[in-house]
Design a protein around this ligand. Structure first.
Ligand SMILES: NC(=O)c1ccc[n+]([C@@H]2O[C@H](COP(=O)([O-])OP(=O)(O)OC[C@H]3O[C@@H](n4cnc5c(N)ncnc54)[C@H](OP(=O)(O)O)[C@@H]3O)[C@@H](O)[C@H]2O)c1
Length: 290
């Protein structure tokens, strides 16, 4: 089947590779054309604009950074005709932003639902993402062939906005875990305890998260190149989660602190690097320890 994909950053490129591997025809658009070259070599067709990509296929996946990027890419040149087109928004945006996007697309006679994802590049390439649908059961039924390229079975969370809300609830947990693990590692390094002893005890406890194991080598080596998920995008999610928490009247002091740590990391030019780089803000002296 032919599918368009707008936004071939880290995730969009991996998702396009997955669609191509499964034999689909893929039309891609990206603001920075160079990121499309490797995908074109694998058979993807380049659209000149996001609107052209949307009009090329009955179904378009949006995998852009945020709502501002969606606006710039899709709506900056006017209101496109979405007739007989379905847009599946798979990036991480606020519930209210997703609802507004749905209204804009429906007013252009198109169909819309959200399907934000958990997991990263490796899971995207291998079809092991968790895909959370905010929309109607008919959306899942109609577009199951697309959704199951990225997961075994998608999860229908509820109407538009609810999958976006679930994604934010989960990503604030990711940011909290990353900052908390950074604090623990900073204490361990300062005390002179062997990192392997710390990890052995952690592995035997219910506190263990697989993310700790994956990010530890980067933190010890201070190497955050080739990001899986950027510090800047996780800061965006923390800010969106804070908005959601305020609206839900959930106390925010801990999340305020996490936002401050991520803002500090971005101010230190770590925004485009892997989000494990937040360790450098939590433990700025870490490089001085063995
Ligand atoms: N990476 C992950 O592990 C992961 C996992 C789950 C969800 N997500 C979410 O998925 C979305 C994409 O993530 P990513 O990691 O692929 O991010 P990314 O590598 O930073 O890619 C962002 C994409 O948005 C485009 N973009 C940004 N601003 C734009 C603008 N003003 N106009 C047009 N295009 C613009 C970029 O185009 P250029 O190439 O031209 O900059 C690029 O295609 C984000 O919402 C992120 O939070 C990411």
């Amino acid at each position: 089947m032919q599918i368009s994909l707008v936004g071939v950053g880290l995730m969009g490129a991996a998702m396009t590779e997955r669609l191509l591997t499964l034999g689909h025809d893929v039309v891609v658009y990206n603001r920075t054309k160079a990121k499309c070259e490797a995908l074109q070599q694998r058979g993807a067709v380049l659209a000149r604009s996001a609107v052209e990509a949307i009009q090329s296929s009955s179904c378009t996946i949006l995998m852009l950074s945020d709502a501002a990027a969606i606006h710039d890419a899709v709506f900056a040149a006017g209101k496109p005709d979405f007739q007989n087109r379905t847009v599946i928004q798979m990036g991480t945006i606020a519930p209210s932003e997703s609802l507004a996007l749905g209204r804009a697309i429906r007013s252009g006679l198109g169909d819309y639902f959200e399907a934000p994802v958990l997991g990263s590049i490796t899971e995207a390439r291998t079809g092991r993402l968790v895909v959370m649908v905010g929309g109607q059961a008919e959306h899942v039924a109609r577009w199951n062939e697309v959704l199951t390229c990225f997961c075994h079975e998608s999860v229908l969370v509820g109407p538009i906005g609810q999958a976006a809300a679930l994604k934010l609830a989960l990503n604030q947990l990711l940011a909290a875990q990353m900052t908390a693990f950074s604090v623990s590692l900073g204490l361990i390094l300062h005390s002179g305890i062997a990192v392997e002893t710390f990890m052995t005890v952690l592995r035997h406890s219910s506190l263990m998260a697989s993310m700790f194991e994956r990010k530890l080598p980067r933190m010890l080596d201070h190497d955050y190149a080739n990001p899986r998920f950027s510090t800047g995008n996780l800061l965006k999610d923390v800010r969106l989660s804070l908005d959601a928490a305020r609206e839900a009247k959930v106390a925010t002091p801990s999340l305020d602190g996490i936002r401050d740590v991520f803002e500090h990391a971005v101010a230190r030019d770590l925004g485009d690097l892997d989000y494990a780089a937040v360790f450098e803000s939590v433990v700025p002296q870490a490089g001085h320890h063995p």
